[in-house]
Every structure is written in C-alpha cells, then in structure tokens.
Design a protein around this ligand. Structure first.
Ligand code: PFF
Length: 450
C-alpha cells in the first residue's frame, strides 16, 4: 500500500513542507502581537517552554503515528486500535480531525484572500489606479469572495498535483522566498526611525503579565495552532516520510524553524508599529493597549506604508506577498488532510477529490462571509481553542497508551538505530503518555471555566 502512496523525496523537501505548514499567519501575524501585548520577552519564554515541552512531543506523536501507519488519521488510528471500541473512537477522532482541518481552512482562506487583495492593491496603487486600489482594500462581499476563490484556486492547484510534484515542490520554492522576504523587510524596518522603541516593547520581559493563567491558555492554543497540531496535518505529512528518516531530529528541525520565524517576525511587526507611531499613526486602543489583529494588519500597517511614499508601497507589496505565501504553504497542508482521507478510504482519484473538497470548503468560506459577525469568530474559537488541543490529546493517548512500547521503539529505530541510548527515548515515551495529556487537560479545563 505504501508504494502506491505519495512520498517526500528528501529530508529537505519534508522539512520545507512541514515547516511550511507550521509557518503561517499564526507566526507572522499572531505571535508578535500576542507577545507585544502580553509581557514581551516573558511571553516568548512561556511560548518557548510550551513549544518544547508540549508542542514538540505532540508533534512527534503525530509524525510517529503517521509514519508507522503510512496512512491518513482515520485509517491510522483504527489500525492501531486493539478493541472495537477503540476502533470506533479512533475513527471518530480522525474524522473530527479532517472536519476541523476543513473548517480551519475555510476561515484561513478568507484571511489569506484579504492578504492577496492587499498585495494586489499595492501594485495597482503603484500603477496609479485609484479606483481598483480602493475596491481592493474595501471589505465588500465581492472582493472577499474573489479573494477566497483565488486563494482556494492556488491551494487546489498545488494539492491536485500530489505530494512530490505539488506539496513538496512548491514548499521548496515558497519557503526560501518567504525567509528571504522576511529578512529583507526586517532589515529595512529596523533601519527606520522609531524602530528601536518597538524592539524594547518586544524584548523587555514583564513576568507579571506572562505568568497569568489566561495567557498560558492562549500560549497553548497558539503553540498548537502554530505547529499545525491536532488536525492530522503533521500525521499525514509523517505518513509520506520514508523509513530512513530520523524522526526526533526532523521534528526538532520543524519546531525550530517554526519558532525562529515567529521570533523573527516579531522583529518586523513590533518595530513597524513604532515606526508608524513615529510617523503619526495611532497604534493604541482607547484603553491604552496596542492595536492588534485585523486593525493592526489592515489599518495600522497600510497607514504606515502610505506615510512612507514610494518605498512604502514597495514594502507593502512585499509584506502582503510574504503573508500570502505563508498562508499558502499552510493551506495546502490543511487541504491534504481531507483529500488523503477521501483518496485512501473512498478510492476517489486525487484530482477529483481535491477539486470537490476544495470546492466544498470554498462554499463554507462563502457561508462564513455571508454571516460574518456570527460565524467567523465562532469557527475560529471552536476549531483552534477547543478542537485542536483535544484531538492533540487523543493522538498523545494513542502513542502513549495504545501503541506498544516496542512498536514505538521499532518505529524510531528505523531512522536512528541508537535511539535507545539517547535522551529522547529516556524522556519522551513517558512524557507523551503522562505529562502531555495531563497538561492539555488541565489547561483545557481551565479554559472551560474561564
Ligand atoms: N500553523 C499555521 C499558522 O501558524 O498559521 C496554521 C495551521 C496550519 C493550523 C495547518 C492548522 C493546520 F492544520
């Protein structure tokens, strides 16, 4: 069965694809502003601790289940089960995973469509077309819908080509482009007046704010969202890995790239806000907090770019291009989850499955757009705050309690014959069995009470 499935052709290709999934709007947009309003470097420390103690072990659980089964989450969890009840439970968790992946994609495509529209609007501004520019930056239904269709079209085109020719090839192209664009933007913004003020806000730790329990819940949610956990994307990518690969190392690389890009994005977004302040743009709310989320991206930053003349327009093209690429390498991993399930469980061709499922997700996005005030926030909360940690919990339980210890060891030995002697094998198996589920449940229970 494994030979008929797609497979990544190299370690580099896999790391680019998995890091591409992980690095997205969450890193470049979410992380820096959360850090800024929650204690700066202290938030960074909490985030790093959660990333390495919880997200990395949970990522390893997904990669191992995927590579062990060489199958999508539904088939994989059913296959690992020993009793009919476990089979049903595993099948249900995998199914919820692909529904959640599709729902995340349906709101992600809306936001990504905005990014693409703003990128094109900077180009039309450069060409002097005021009418097109103002339409592209308005938040009307038609513009939003076209953004969704364009973004979903690109996602579908890549996924339809399969693992090696689509996902791997495009991730290998887009990820270096993303890193390059980010570095150019950071270097430029840091050279502007006011930038140092932003660096201070980002880097000076305020531990009082960072140790607030609500913040830890938020950091857990972001760590899961940021590493694309708890929906089966990492599981399915792991299932396309060959047996020679050293999983703990590869998982570590993916986590490292994800965190580094988030931290690097902080060196762009925070200094940019204070450059904006220096240029006379309002960056605080009435309550004195930093503006964040959509106001930051679609009001503060565009006002900053507008205050910088021609250079500002070019920076704006680059910035929104960066956002669009980051979103695209993540969205392909989300679409791959239901597509792989349809292809493997229902014997549908990859192309038809991709077009049909991508089309259904675009319809979901349209429904959200038509009921924006009620649905947009709700879908985000249900998927990212509740579903991702809970499904992540189920993956940890499968690896920690249902997969036998020697099955685990055999799987890990394939790419690393000496694994038993290393620190990873001494800590990770009991950590994923006891500590990860306990922390997820504790934080989750608190978030229900909050
Ligand atoms: N990791 C992505 C980000 O940080 O933007 C979001 C994401 C991708 C979530 C893929 C879930 C997923 F399956």
């Amino acid at each position: 069965m494994a030979s008929a499935r797609g497979q990544f052709s190299s370690r580099f290709g896999f790391v680019m694809a998995a890091a591409g999934s992980a690095v997205g709007l969450g890193n470049i947009w979410g992380f820096p502003t959360q850090a800024a309003s929650n204690g700066g470097a202290a938030f960074l420390i909490v985030y790093l601790i959660l990333a390495f103690t919880l997200a990395y072990p949970a990522l390893m659980a997904e990669l191992i289940i995927g590579r062990h089964a060489h199958a999508n989450a539904v088939t994989a969890l059913r296959g690992l089960s020993h009793t009919p009840a476990q089979r049903r439970f595993g099948g249900a968790a995998g199914t919820i995973g692909f529904v959640v992946a599709s729902l995340i994609l349906s709101f992600y495509a809306i936001v990504a469509g905005w990014m693409m529209a703003f990128c094109v609007s900077s180009i039309t501004a450069l060409l002097g077309s005021a009418a097109a520019t103002s339409w592209l930056t308005s938040f009307g239904f038609m513009r939003n819908e076209l953004g969704v269709l364009a973004f979903m079209g690109l996602t579908i085109m890549i996924v339809a080509r399969g693992v090696q020719n689509g996902i791997e090839k495009w991730s290998e192209r887009l990820m270096p482009m993303l890193l390059f664009t980010l570095v150019v933007l950071v270097a430029y913004v840091l050279s502007l007046e006011g930038a140092m003020e932003g660096l201070k806000v980002y880097l000076l730790p305020d531990f009082q704010r960072a140790l607030n329990p609500d913040l830890i819940i938020a950091a857990l949610g972001s760590a899961f969202f940021s590493l694309s956990l708890g929906v089966g994307t990492m599981l399915i990518y792991g299932s396309y890995l060959d047996d020679k690969q050293n999983l703990p190392l590869i998982g570590g690389l993916v986590t490292g790239v994800d965190i580094s890009i988030a931290v690097l994005a902080g060196f762009l977004v925070l200094p940019a806000m204070y450059v904006a302040l220096h240029n006379g743009v309002e960056i605080y709310t009435a309550a004195g907090d930093l503006l964040s989320e959509d106001t930051l991206i679609f009001t503060v930053l565009p006002e900053l770019f507008a205050s910088m003349g021609l250079a500002g327009t070019l920076v704006s093209v680059l910035f929104f291009f960066l956002m669009s690429i980051a979103a695209l390498t993540s969205s392909i991993s989300m679409l791959e989850v239901p597509v792989a399930y349809a292809v493997e469980e229902h014997d549908v061709g990859r192309q038809s499955a991709t077009y049909a499922i991508g089309g259904i997700i675009a319809v979901f996005s349209t429904i959200i757009l038509l009921n924006f005030d009620t649905l947009f926030g709700l879908v985000i909360t249900v998927t990212t705050r509740y579903s991702q940690p809970l499904i992540g919990f189920v993956f940890c339980i499968y690896v920690g309690w249902i997969l036998h210890r020697d099955q685990l060891l055999q799987e890990l030995r394939k790419g690393n014959p000496d694994i038993e002697r290393g620190l990873f094998w001494k800590i990770w198996p009991w950590w994923v069995r006891l500590v990860c589920p306990a922390i997820i449940l504790a934080i989750f229970a608190r978030s229900l009470l909050a």
